[in-house]
Design a protein around this ligand. Sequence first.
Ligand code: SF4
Ligand SMILES: [Zn+2]
Length: 334
Amino acid sequence: MRFYPVSATARDRFVLDRRGPKPLHSPWRHQGVIVEDERTADRQIARAATVFLTGRECPWRCAMCDLWQHTIAEDTPRGAIPAQVGAAREELRGESSPITQIKLYNAGSFFDPHAVPEHDYDEVAVKLAGLARVVVESHPAFVGSRVDRFLGALQRQGAADTTQLEVAMGLETVHPEALDRLNKRMTVDQFASAAEQLRSRGAALRVFLLISPPFVPPAEQDHWLLRSIDVAFACGASAVSVIPTRSGNGALDALAAAGAFRAPRLEDIERSIESALTPRPDRGRIFVDLWDLQRFAQCRHCFEARRARLHAINLEQRVRSRPSCTRCGFGVSS
Ligand code: SF4
Ligand SMILES: [Zn+2]
């Protein structure tokens, strides 16, 4: 693959040069709140909210990432993150069933001080009162003393014993060359070391893995996804979320044109979660990310039934039988 640069800085440039325009966002407004059911580690169903926070762009330039579209170029001003979390909690007050979990996803790293100022930790902790679980996302390189300081802020609110902190980290794939080329500037060993740091601090771990990442040969995708899941659980993950790789960020489209990336189809996503959940001892939960799922579908006649099945698989953590479609032949045995 001669056209894809070898050095990290040249890869940054490759990714940046192919980006489209970046929408403008106010750091004083979050970009949405969704509520969904999620299976918990103790086999219950929790009402979980995800707040899409607005903050400074992540400093990395991963080849598969499109999250920069939801960020701002400047440092997040002090007070903005607590204001966004507070507004989201206000909006969630109208929910008929109480929200017990909240995910604060900032399209970067919660522990990046340019994205979430440390001065705001106490104020954020105030806004998180009463929740059983708080999930934040972070690149492994930011896992360190700021985790302690945020835990300290939760403690000062008296929440240390009642609110479990969970940190979601993207391992993406353990295919060594693909992980290097993704330009995340992280190795599996560095990921494992950050996971160990979380474990020693009593924080739970959620791991993001990619379905059909670039640079992994199509015939090896399933093998490497299963290996990646094994590594995630060996690192102490209580949940693994498998995320279909989305084209459209410029870099992935260039890689697709060069034959280094093939976007997953709905059947690839279905096969991935089916093989991931095919009985093995109870290692932890595996979820398939359903956001924007329609873009991966080819047949509109069976899409809703297939989406509903994947949602049920997430809640039940067992493979269900496939619905059948006479239009496209899905689920129809030959
Ligand atoms: S570290 Fe995460 S948010 Fe940052 S560029 Fe990579 S995938 Fe995107
Ligand atoms: Zn169909």
